[in-house]
Design a protein around this ligand. Structure first.
Ligand code: PMP
Length: 301
C-alpha cells in the first residue's frame, strides 16, 4: 500500500494557514518533528478557544490556563501572553476570519528531544495556532437535548495526572469517548476514582435539583472549564444558587435538568442518562434560559 499518498477525507483544507513558531504557513507545510515529545509522549499543553465576531471569548482566561498547565508540567512557553494573543489574532486575520466566528486551537509542545523521557533533553518548545470552523454536535441536538451515558473508564486520578492540566495526553478522555460512541452516545460522563461524577470527555456537567444549579467541584478531578465559569456567573446573575458539590450516579438520575458546557459545545441539554429520562425528557426551562443567556453573553463580551 502506498501509505504516503492515501486519500484522507479528514485532512485539513490545503488553503488553511497555520501559525507555527512565528510564521503563517500553509497547512500542508505546517509540520512538527517526529522527535517532538508532544508527539512521542503527549508532552505539551493546549487550549480550545472560540472567537465570536472576531473577538476571542475569554481570551485572558484561556491564556492563563495555558500558562498554568505549562507551569504544572514544567514547560516554559517561549512567548509572552501578549505575544500568544497576537499570534491568535494574526491566525484569524490570515485565514479571513477577522470579524467572524471561529474555533482556535492553541498548542505548545515540549519540542524536539532525544528518545528518552527527560525534559532536560529537549530545548525548544514549539507553539502553533490553528483557526478553523467547528461543529461538535449536530444542530438538531441543541433543540432535542442529548442522551449520554456514564462509562467504565474513570477520569484520571488527580494524583496521577491532574485533569486541571489541559495536556496533550487526552487518551483517558479518548478511551471514555470510544465507550460512549460504542453506545451511540455523543458524549460520555466519567466518574472519578471515588465514584463521584467528574466531567465528560470534553465538557463539564451541571444538574438542576430543586431550582439549584449543581456541578462537581474542582476537587472531583475536572478541568476548570472557561464555559463552566461563565455559566456559573450567568446563573448567579439570575439569582440562582450554585453549588459545587460531589455527585454520584444516583444524583444524576433524579435531577430535573442536566446540561453540559464546553468551548466547542457551548451549552447543550442532556435529556437522558444511562437510559433514564431527565425531567420530562426534554430540555428544561432553566437550561434553555442559560443557553440563551450564554448566547447573549458571547455576542456582548
Ligand atoms: N473538560 C474537559 C476534559 C475538556 O476537554 C473541556 C474542553 N476544553 C472542558 C471540560 C470544558 O472546558 P472549556 O469550557 O474551557 O472549554
Amino acid at each position: 500500500m502506498d501509505l504516503r499518498n492515501r486519500k484522507n477525507e479528514f485532512a485539513p483544507r490545503p488553503d488553511l494557514k497555520i501559525w507555527l513558531d512565528g510564521e503563517l504557513v500553509p497547512a500542508g507545510e505546517a509540520k512538527i518533528s517526529v522527535f517532538d515529545h508532544g508527539l512521542l509522549y503527549g508532552d505539551g499543553v493546549f487550549e480550545g478557544i472560540r472567537s465570536y465576531n472576531g473577538k476571542i471569548f475569554r481570551c485572558e482566561q484561556h491564556v492563563r490556563r495555558l500558562y498554568d498547565s505549562a507551569r504544572a508540567i514544567r514547560l516554559v512557553i517561549p512567548m509572552t501572553p501578549d505575544e500568544i494573543t497576537k499570534a491568535m489574532y494574526d491566525t484569524l486575520a490570515g485565514n479571513g476570519l477577522a470579524g467572524k466566528d471561529a474555533y482556535i486551537r492553541l498548542v505548545v509542545t515540549r519540542g524536539v528531544g532525544t528518545l528518552g523521557l527527560s525534559i532536560l533533553k529537549t530545548a525548544c518548545p514549539s507553539v502553533f495556532v490553528i483557526a478553523d470552523q467547528i461543529e461538535l454536535y449536530p444542530p438538531a441536538l441543541y433543540e432535542t437535548g442529548m442522551a449520554v451515558i456514564t462509562v467504565p473508564t474513570m477520569r484520571s486520578h488527580p494524583a496521577a495526572l491532574s485533569p486541571r492540566i489541559k495536556s496533550l495526553n487526552y487518551l483517558n478522555n479518548i478511551l471514555a469517548k470510544i465507550e460512549g460512541q460504542d453506545a451511540n452516545a455523543p458524549e460520555a460522563i466519567m466518574l472519578n476514582h471515588l465514584g463521584f461524577v467528574a466531567e465528560c470527555t470534553g465538557d463539564n456537567i451541571f444538574v438542576i435539583r430543586d431550582g439549584k444549579l449543581q456541578t462537581p467541584p474542582t476537587s472531583a478531578g475536572i478541568l476548570e472549564g472557561v464555559t463552566r465559569d461563565a455559566v456559573i456567573e450567568l446563573a448567579r446573575k439570575r439569582g440562582m444558587t450554585v453549588e459545587e458539590k460531589d455527585l454520584v450516579r444516583h444524583d444524576l438520575y433524579v435531577v430535573q435538568e442536566c446540561f453540559l458546557t464546553g468551548t466547542a459545545a457551548e451549552v447543550i441539554a442532556v435529556t437522558s442518562i444511562d437510559g433514564r429520562p431527565i425531567g420530562d425528557g426534554k430540555p428544561g426551562p432553566i437550561t434553555k434560559q442559560l443557553m440563551s443567556d450564554f448566547h447573549a453573553l458571547i455576542r456582548a463580551e
